[in-house]
Structure formats: structure tokens, C-alpha cells
Design a protein around this ligand. Sequence first.
Ligand code: BES
Ligand code: ZN
Ligand code: ZN
Length: 475
Amino acid sequence: MKPIKIISKPSAKDQLILIVNAEKFKASKSLDKAHNEAVTEAIKNKKQELVFNNAGKLTMVVLYSDLKGWELSESLRKSGAKATDLMNKYSKESVCIESESKHEALAFAEGMALASYEFLKYKSNPKPASLKHIYLCVSKLTEEEVQHLNIVVESTLIARDLVNEPHSFLNSLQISEEFKKIGKSAGFKVEVWNEAKITAQKMGGILAVNKASKTPPTFNIMEYKPKNAVNKHPYVLVGKGVVYDTGGLSLKPTPMSMDHMKCDMAGAAVVAGVLNAVAKLELPLYVVGLVPATDNWIGENSYAPGDVITMYNGTTVEILNTDAEGRLVLADALHFAKKLKPALVCDFATLTGAAVRAIGPYATAVMGKADDSIKQEVFESSYSVFERLVEFPLWQEYADELKSSIADMTNLGKGEGGQISAAKFLEHFTDYPWMHFDIAGPAFNHAPDAYKPKGGTGVGVRLMIDFLVKQSKKK
Ligand code: BES
Ligand code: ZN
Ligand code: ZN
């Protein structure tokens, strides 16, 4: 992570980025006459950016005009990603962003910082990108605002790192170690239940999925409870922590769908990233994170289609597909959440291929039964950070698909609308305000997309931070 810093003026070795409102542009003190004229000309021609290369010194001028609000912020994040690529292409180390408006500068810097992410841990000969320093030279910008942005970026990158870690490193025990490290550095508590405790508690969903695994499951409880919390009842975040999903006996085909199944703990990564932010921002908010962690392996001890298992809450489930494992581990965590008397539970999970088929990688499928006012706030945050949500209905018909002739329910709905029957399964284990985020589409990029590189994207982290920051300001 390369923190963004405020400086009072750029030094000679910094490249320059000017963010300019095209409608208000007269002349910039940072440009000579010819370049100012070139900018005026570019504005006339409705160009959005131009780059001057003065004997190796780069100046990028970013022009914006008719966009406002979240559209402007997103367009600037994307321009920021282009700037990062440009600086790396020209092997530049430091860049200074100048802007009249701090909001625009912050969005641009966010795009630059997020686009600077690299996962080089497994390269024996790593060649990191050149850009090391992002500076902001913007009047009225406070250290606190920049620190806030740095924490948001850092938390997103924590989630990306966790997703990018392969299962050969990040198994169900190792993910607990990572949570403990993050908790120690950020300042939140981490309690890890081991297999004996999970067995004693009869968390039957987690135990069934874990049956063929060579690694025991863990149930991870993260807690941030400051004395000045504005809420008595916690906000609870639940994350699917399937550290690898082979599909089990209902085996997934490879290469189409198993290759990237290390990403099946992206929901868990969201929880860890958000707790990192909540603690480091010292939000006056009581927040709990829950992660059931296991792989979904295949072997002689596998749970099998046709099995009936008993969940943590006593519900019996007829297993009709061992690849629908996420709902089983999540359901036990959702039942656990009842004990906490939560104000709201949000779960994040790479839960269904159906969500991907419905909306692709561009948005998260959301379903739930929180109050409309809460839903609206979540949607507002979704636009602020440009992590789009599409809501699907929780109609009874989708629950009817889960009826079993021999148990209380099955774990398999019809293929169509499968993201909804999965959510209906989860709903059965909740009795509190709840929202479910199926991030199977946007959690993992198969190709780079602006400020989200190939691999883990960290989707969900910026959304939840924005939402929880707003909740922490409520009295
Ligand atoms: N982990 C997968 C879902 C997934 C798909 C995540 C694509 C990321 C990208 C999940 O456990 C799964 O296999 N779901 C099945 C459920 C089905 C058997 C009801 C699916 O969606 O195919
Ligand atoms: Zn699966
Ligand atoms: Zn899965």
C-alpha cells in the first residue's frame, strides 16, 4: 500500500496532474502560455484529458464538465486509473495532483491508489510498478480526509490480498491467522472456534461441508466494540469463508469454473476489510464480523447428495447438490448472529452462478428484509462508491422450490433465479433485519477493469465502510 499524502507544493521530480473544471477554466499557474492555450483548445474540442511530455516530465490535464455527483466521482476514479497506468508506463515514481476541488481530487487519488495494487508475493523475481508516491496539492484538504481515504484503500487491498491468496496458503486455519493479524494491527478482537468447539456447538452445516477436508473448519468471530458506540445492538457482517470450492461430489468442471474457486472466501475478505476500516477509523460503532471457514473438498468422507444433515438451529436439510455449500456454512453463522440481537445483519457471499448469469460482473445481487429506509441508505452508499446493487425479490415461490419430501428443506432450488432460492434458504435462518449480498459476479475479475485489476476486487468493502460511517453519525 502506497499511502496518499498532502504536500504544499510539488517538487521538481514529481509528475503533475491537473484536475480542471472545463466550464470554469481560464489559465493555470502550473502551465506555461502554450500549454494553457492547448488546454483551452482541448476544452473547445470536448476532450477529456491531455498529456504534455516536456523532456520527460509529464503533465496530465484531466478535464471534466457536465458530470455531477457519483457519475463525476466514478469518472475521476477511472481517470485516476489511467494516470497510474501512464506513470508506470513512463517509469515515473511520484506524482502530484492539483485541483481546485477536494472531492474531485480525492476521487481521482482513490482511483490512482486502487489501480496501483499488485499481488507479487509469489513472483520469485518481482518487478513492482514504478509509481510509489501519490501526493495531493489541494487547498482546504485536511489530513483527516486523506487518512480516511488511505484507510478505505488499505481495507480494500486487504480484501484483495486475501482473495488472491491461493488455497495452498490460505486454508481454513490460515485465514484465522490472517484475521488475528489484521485484528491486532487495527484494534479489534478475534475469537476463533476450532473443530472441537464447532462440533460441540453442533454447527451441522459447517461440519457437513468440511467432511472431506484435510483441514478442520474454523468459526471466526471478530468484534469491535468501542466505549463510545452510538448503537447498543451490533451491526453484524457475515462472510462466506469457503477457502476453496471444488463442488464436492457434485464436482465442478475445470477449467470453466473451478480454476478461480480460491475466490470463494471473498465474502470473508469483505468482513475482514470492513472491520479493519471500522477499527482504524475508530468509528463509534459496535460491529461484529462472523466467518465460517472451510474448503469444500472431495474425498471418501465427503458429504453426499441424498444425505440429510442437521443444522446449528436444528433444521434438517436434504442435500441435493454438494456444490450448494455456501448456504450451509452461512446458515449456521446467521443462526449464531441471533444471539447478538443485531440491529442489522449483512452477509457477503460468492454464493451463486445464477447471480453471475443474471447481471454479470457489473453488480452485486442484493436481497433482504431490512426496512426500506435502511435499504435506501445502502443503495445511496452503493452509488457513492460505485459498487452497484441490483435488488431481487424474496417471493414465497422461491422458498417452495426448497421443499423436501423427507427433511425440513433441501439445499437446492431450480436453476432459474437460483440467486433468489439461495437467499430464501438463508432467510430461513434469520429473525432480524437482514441483507444478503451475492458478490459472485463482481468479486473476482478475469481481466483488469480500470482501478480493479485482475483477481480479487475487494467489492463490498468500500460499500460497507461508506454505509457504516453514515450509521456511526446517527444519534
Ligand atoms: N461458489 C459457487 C458460486 C460461484 C459461482 C462463485 C461463480 C463465484 C463465481 C457456489 O458454491 C456454487 O457452486 N453454487 C452453485 C449452486 C447450485 C448448485 C445450486 C451454482 O451457482 O452453480
Ligand atoms: Zn459450490
Ligand atoms: Zn461456493
